[in-house]
Design a protein around this ligand. Structure first.
Ligand code: SAH
Length: 191
């Protein structure tokens, strides 16, 4: 099975409403929805496309910045070996742990912290997924990306961002590719 088919299958197995406390009746709509604290659960079609673009496989060690509801985390966990996810809002962090543990995931590690500085302890990561809008690419995340690694990150203003794929080759050279315009909530942090 190719990577797109595999990830799409995992995506279809996920019930988005499971990751929401409110607006459950709107969970099937292809839009971002509020999850409290001014944050949102991402648009499902974008979660799928970003996971495909990140090109994860059963051997990938993935760092995710912005756990939020845990919805994107769940898809990454199904498709990769290990997911390390960082969230800065305690209530969202605690709820995501509870949900994903209850759903039986055993390959996710959670951290309550400013993820704009990455997660040094388990670096380097084969893949990095940033699900909040950065004003520029955080240096720590580039440093924590493994050779032949790939990172997806929305970069721009609070209102509109460029979704970028950042690649690092096996000599450490970094390249950027523009994918599309997106709108995420801001990455709040010390980067
Ligand atoms: N993928 C998530 C998206 C949540 S919105 C989902 O589908 O539910 C983005 C999340 O990034 C929010 O929960 C926000 O609190 C978090 N965030 C913002 N800045 C952060 C930072 N510096 N470190 C960790 N998380 C951050």
């Amino acid at each position: 099975m190719d990577m797109r088919t595999r990830i799409t299958r995992y995506y279809k197995e996920l019930d988005r409403s499971y990751f929401m406390d409110r607006y459950k009746e709107q969970a099937h709509e292809d839009t971002p929805l509020p999850i409290g604290h001014g944050q949102t659960i991402s648009q499902p079609s974008l979660v799928l496309e970003m996971t495909i673009l990140l090109d994860v496989n059963e051997e990938s060690n993935v760092l995710e910045i912005g756990t939020g509801s845990g919805y994107q985390t769940a898809l990454l966990a199904k498709a990769s070996q290990m997911v390390y996810t960082v969230e800065r809002i305690e209530e969202l962090h605690v709820k995501a742990i509870e949900r994903l543990n209850r759903a039986g995931y055993t390959n996710i590690k959670f951290k309550l912290d400013d993820g704009s500085l990455g997660w040094q302890e388990y670096a380097p990561y084969d893949r990095i997924m940033v699900t909040a809008a950065a004003s520029r690419i955080p240096n720590s995340l580039i440093e924590q990306l493994a050779p032949n690694g790939k990172m997806l990150i929305p970069v721009g203003s609070d209102f509109m961002q460029d979704l970028l794929v950042i690649t690092k080759d096996n000599e450490g050279n970094v390249a950027k590719q523009f994918i599309t315009n997106v709108r995420f909530v801001p990455l709040v942090g010390d980067y």
